[in-house]
Design a protein around this ligand. Structure first.
Ligand code: SAM
Length: 334
């Protein structure tokens, strides 16, 4: 089958596939999930590892995807995740480049990091929104800060490089810890990426005033540890800033205050096999139905192309035309 890049109507070439392997999570972060009452997808609606790998293979071999990130829910609660990683790593056959990464809350990395690394995972991002045990308990509704910190060390020890830490910043919740988190990153040699809170929480408590924007984040950290911007951002979601003293860098993902939709190169596969051209998309393309009705690779590729062709210019957060997607963050895959 002829290969051709995955281009949308705005000329954006798509190379990055985010795959959610489960909608379940072992944390209940207040800015993402409710304390109770999430409706989990029935088991038979989840894509199997073979189905996920088939979609990924078509994306990599036919459509030019060269980066895959596993996410969820919490990807590590899916049993035998290393088996899936090994299958996906097999797509590098013949020397094809494929960056394999995972976003995780890190709580089980002490146990899993080695196996995931051996299976072919290249990189991990660990989510950590606070360094204070009491605040961690409130935010995640779990008492497991030590396990997450241990998981970050385990990831580095297993050879993941770089290990990045993702921090969602919320006004009045953890915005007083920006400098502490930056110092943590400098000490441990990890890049902390500060994420603006987005309107994707299941409880629908998000409000614009609670967003701590990129400029404020950079000013607060830069006042203590001077920072310089890195010019070339390309299609990466994070704006990078290096410490002037050479001790590493931070990233800021400014989805709300400096949206970067114009350079977006990402598509997303939900755990139940729905393809989304945007985190905030209101429409999905049902790849699971195609997979389970005997579609061949050409039909799958055409469906992915169709989804990307229909991609909109941007998400419009903050404008009257903004529509919240039906699914919340953990159901889509962050
Ligand atoms: N469970 C994994 C984890 O904790 O990283 C992967 C899934 S989680 C949905 C992916 C990322 O999305 C995490 O860094 C999380 O903090 C972030 N996130 C969740 N809800 C968010 C929101 N409403 N706005 C911005 N980021 C959010």
């Amino acid at each position: 089958m002829a290969t051709a890049p995955l281009v949308d109507g705005y000329g954006r070439v798509h190379r990055d596939l985010r795959i959610s392997v489960t909608d379940r999570c072992n944390f209940r972060c207040t800015y993402c999930m409710p304390a109770e009452g999430m409706q989990w997808l029935p088991r038979d609606e989840l894509l199997t590892f073979e189905e996920i790998t088939r979609v990924a293979r078509v994306c990599v071999e036919v459509l030019g995807i060269d980066a895959i990130r596993l996410t969820g829910g919490e990807p590590t609660v899916r049993a035998h995740l290393a088996v899936l990683v090994r299958q996906l790593a097999g797509l590098r056959e013949g020397g094809r480049p494929l960056d394999l990464a995972m976003t995780t809350n890190g709580v089980t990395l002490r146990t899993l990091a080695g196996d995931l690394r051996t299976a072919g995972l290249d990189r991990v991002n660990v989510s950590l929104d606070t360094l204070r045990p009491d605040r961690f308990r409130e935010l995640t509704r779990r008492d497991q800060l030590d396990s997450v910190l241990d998981g970050i060390d385990a990831a580095a020890a297993a050879g993941f490089a770089p290990v990045k830490v993702n921090t969602v910043v919320m006004r009045g919740v953890n915005d007083d810890e920006l400098v502490d988190l930056a110092a943590f990153g400098r000490d441990r040699g990890v890049t902390v990426r500060f994420i603006e809170w987005m309107p994707l929480d299941a409880d629908q408590r998000w409000e614009g005033d609670a967003v701590v924007g990129q400029d404020e984040i950079v000013a607060a950290i830069g006042a203590v540890f001077p920072l310089d911007p890195v010019a070339a951002r390309g299609s990466a979601p994070a704006e990078r800033f290096v410490y002037r003293d050479g001790q590493g860098e931070i990233g800021v993902i400014p989805s709300v205050t400096h949206a970067f939709c114009g350079s977006c190169d990402r598509i997303r596969l939900t755990a139940d096999g729905q393809l989304r051209s945007c985190l905030f998309a209101v429409d999905e393309v049902d790849l699971r139905a195609l997979l389970r009705s005997g579609a061949d690779d050409a039909e799958l590729a055409a469906a992915v192309r169709g989804c990307v062709a229909d991609k909109w210019a941007g998400h419009m957060i903050g404008q009257v035309t903004f529509i919240r997607p039906r699914r919340s963050m953990s159901q889509i895959g962050g």
